[in-house]
Design a protein around this ligand. Structure first.
Ligand code: FES
Length: 276
């Protein structure tokens, strides 16, 4: 049973890793639960503080959830994440949250949704994709455009190639910067792929997350296709430390990514200093 309702987001809970999925050579998805069930019930787009005793803690997006567990997809990028990539099922961890605001579910209701992800950037977007699949009647058509550097770098392959294409009115298009001998799909960068596929902006909201350089060019591509700033949503995860508006590390002008985001519309981002 989930213990979400009684949870104080500032108090770490002792969790346990119950499953590890090797997504790519440097990304693993960790399924985490506690003795009382799911640590908490996040909204899509929210974050968790995740820790390994004696090593450290950091904020990660929650990529999905089940009735009894949370899923965090974590890329090897430093001391904590290197150590996490060495642990095995059964490892005790600390987890607290949820942090940040999730995606604007009400604003998206009744709309067609275009998800554009690059690399590990699909992780936060996946929480929203799975939510909209669970609440299929509340949303229009779903279109997922995803890219990675190579076929080996594609995350969530079961979802991309098996689960999501089976969902009613859900289209999935995948590209890699450079294929290998076995790759039969599209080759090329995500922004150019988006332009080539040419989604129509009428009645649609675009949600994008990925490396900053990809986001920059995806935003330009969406603009060329006629999307307005209010129709474009992105999620930022940079520089967060405390998660509760105390350390000042995540500020963009007067806004804090941890309190006011991490999800912003492009219209909101354009009001802020160009530091994201
Ligand atoms: S992470 Fe500390 S103020 Fe936002």
């Amino acid at each position: 049973m989930a213990n979400a309702e009684q949870v104080n987001p500032l108090v770490p809970q002792i969790g346990k890793i119950i499953k590890i999925v090797e997504e790519t050579p440097d990304i693993k998805t960790f399924h985490v639960t506690t003795d009382k069930g799911k640590p908490f019930t996040p909204m899509p787009g929210q974050l968790a503080m995740f820790s390994l005793l004696d090593v450290g803690e950091a904020m990660f997006s929650i990529t999905s959830q089940g009735p009894e567990h949370l899923e965090l997809a974590i890329k090897k990028v430093g001391m904590l994440t290197d150590a996490l990539h060495e642990v095995e099922v059964g490892q005790a961890v600390g987890i607290r949250g949820p942090y940040g605001n999730g995606f604007p579910l009400e604003m998206m209701k009744g709309k067609d949704l275009l998800f554009i992800g690059g690399g590990i950037g699909l992780a936060p977007v996946r929480s929203l994709i799975n939510y909209t699949i669970e609440h299929r009647e509340d949303y229009g058509r779903l279109w997922i455009i995803y890219g990675a550097r190579s076929p080996a770098d594609l995350c969530f392959k079961d979802d991309l190639f098996k689960n999501w294409p089976k969902v009613k009115d859900c289209r999935v298009d995948v590209t890699v910067d450079k294929g290998d001998a076995d790759w039969k799909g599209h080759e090329g960068f995500v922004p150019a792929f988006v332009e080539k596929l040419g989604p129509k902006p009428e009645g649609m909201v675009a949600i994008t997350c990925g490396p900053p350089i990809m986001i920059k060019f995806v935003l330009q591509s969406l603009e060329k296709l006629g999307f307005k700033d209010e129709q474009i949503v992105t999620t930022l995860e940079m520089r967060m430390k405390c998660g509760i508006g105390k350390c000042g590390r995540c500020n963009l002008g007067s806004a804090y990514v941890c309190l006011d985001g991490p999800v912003f519309t492009l219209a909101q981002l354009k009001q802020m200093p160009d530091e994201y």
